[in-house]
Design a protein around this ligand. Structure first.
Ligand SMILES: Cc1cc2nc3c(=O)[nH]c(=O)nc-3n(C[C@H](O)[C@H](O)[C@H](O)COP(=O)(O)OP(=O)(O)OC[C@H]3O[C@@H](n4cnc5c(N)ncnc54)[C@H](O)[C@@H]3O)c2cc1C
Length: 405
């Protein structure tokens, strides 16, 4: 008998789930309806910034071979799910349609967090999450004028690069004492700030935004920081973290994680055996994951459950990352802030070369707990492979090797 699967959200995780079910459902057991708020099918959000380098929306689209002609699949774009009735097993859509489900997968992602500062509603304020956001930013950009990015994390630096690509002069404002506080320590953040400063990005750490200020035309014209500094800003991009989109949880009577997100078990199941959550909106055992790879794994795991195939519990994920931001190589893995009790830190910094490397060792002085590399990440793969294991050489030698590649 055909059963009805409703997927809420056609982002990276929702797309992977649908493709896995379509590929594995050889007996045509599931009829899939995908309700997607955005006006276009799923695209590669991780590569979003390449849209400003000339990649088109069509080129960013994630491959869905045969989806449009697949009689088992119904993709409803530009439509939002507004309510879930678990007793009736239905969802209500923004166009008034009511859809019945046998299984419901919530894949609603996150929304950018915009701090509640005066002026945040002004024209000229943007977020950086969707193709529509980038279209709006591009339309408002004025080459040669200043732009301010609120948030100096991974996405904030991508937004700063976007402003550079649009010919603007970006400033980045970060509340923490250094850039990329989640992935890097103070030393790595300092090297990164120096290198991106050399590219024309103003870096203002240890300060928040107090207000966005309007000009004569009523649009954003500047930003006042918590220490009184005033920065001119034709465009203000909020990139101060994300919040899981769990607004359907309350009305549906589904539990939330402590920091938001649909609370699910290690199989991504809510307390309702017919309802799952995957991707950034899922608080797996209470914890959300703000990266693409964990969400794709969740989607694969839930697809296997829907297909009654053997599956493994979601194994969790860490924040390890090797990135090139504004052309600067940075990497962080494991306990980058040396928070483990008794942890020892070994640092090697080469100011002339603009590189920084740190190893974090357990109290035994041998077991690698984490590390940070900035300016030169050629040693990343080797060091990352030693995580949790005894070092193969003295820390000084490994660091010298990491910096020298
Ligand atoms: C600029 C940028 C760069 C990034 N770089 C990286 C990177 O280098 N590495 C990395 O791992 N991750 C990166 N990410 C994060 C990555 O894109 C996300 O982790 C990933 O997209 C999450 O997938 P998701 O399906 O959970 O959410 P999303 O891709 O956000 O999809 C959720 C979808 O659900 C829709 N939706 C929400 N509510 C409803 C509703 N009620 N009804 C219908 N539809 C709804 C949303 O509109 C959205 O289309 C980046 C993100 C951005 C913005």
């Amino acid at each position: 008998m055909t059963r009805s699967l409703v997927v809420v959200g056609h982002g990276m995780a929702g797309h992977r789930l649908v493709e896995e079910v379509r590929a594995g459902d050889r007996t045509g057991r599931w009829r899939i309806t995908v309700v997607a708020e955005e006006p276009r099918p799923a695209y590669d959000r991780v590569a979003l910034s390449s849209y400003l380098e000339g990649r088109t929306a069509a080129e960013l689209a994630l491959a869905t071979p045969g989806l449009a002609d697949d009689p088992r699949t119904d993709l409803r774009l530009d439509t939002r799910v507004t309510a879930v009735d678990r007793a009736a097993r239905t969802v209500t859509c923004s166009d008034g349609t009511v859809l019945r489900y046998d299984a419901l997968v919530l894949a609603t992602g996150s929304s950018p967090f915009v701090p509640p500062v005066p002026g945040r509603e002004l024209a000229g304020c943007f977020t950086y999450r969707t193709i529509d956001d980038l279209d709006a930013l591009r339309a408002a950009a004025r080459p040669g004028e200043a732009g301010v990015v609120i948030g100096g994390g991974l996405l904030g630096l991508e937004a700063a690069r976007a402003l550079l690509l649009l010919g603007m002069r970006p400033h980045v404002v970060e509340l923490a004492p250094h850039l990329m506080p989640l992935q890097l320590d103070e030393g790595g953040g300092r090297v990164l700030a120096r290198l991106v400063g050399g590219l024309g990005v103003g870096v203002h750490c240890g300060r928040g935004v107090a207000s966005v200020d309007a000009g004569h035309d009523g649009r954003a014209a500047g930003v006042t920081l918590s220490d009184g500094t005033v920065l001119p800003a034709r465009a203000v991009v909020f990139s101060a973290g994300v919040r899981p989109r769990d607004e359907l949880a309350g009305p549906a009577g589904l539990a939330r994680g402590k920091r938001g997100g649909f609370h699910v078990d290690e199989h991504c199941r809510t307390a309702d055996a017919r309802v799952w959550a995957v991707g950034e909106c899922a608080a797996v055992l209470g914890r959300c994951h703000g990266l693409a790879a964990p969400g794709l794994r969740m989607a694969e795991g839930v697809a296997r459950q829907l297909l009654d195939a053997p599956h493994e519990a979601f194994p969790g994920a860490d924040l390890s990352a090797k990135l090139k931001l504004l052309g600067v190589d940075v990497a962080g893995f494991g306990d980058v802030h040396a928070r483990t009790e008794g942890a020892l830190e070994f640092v090697r910094e080469d100011e002339t070369a603009g590189s920084y490397a740190k190893l974090v060792l357990a109290a035994d002085g041998r077991t690698l707990l984490g590390g940070v590399l900035a300016g030169d990440t050629r040693g990343y793969a080797m060091l990352r492979s030693l995580l949790g294991r005894p070092l193969t050489a003295a820390p000084e030698r490994l660091l010298a090797g990491a910096v020298a590649g």
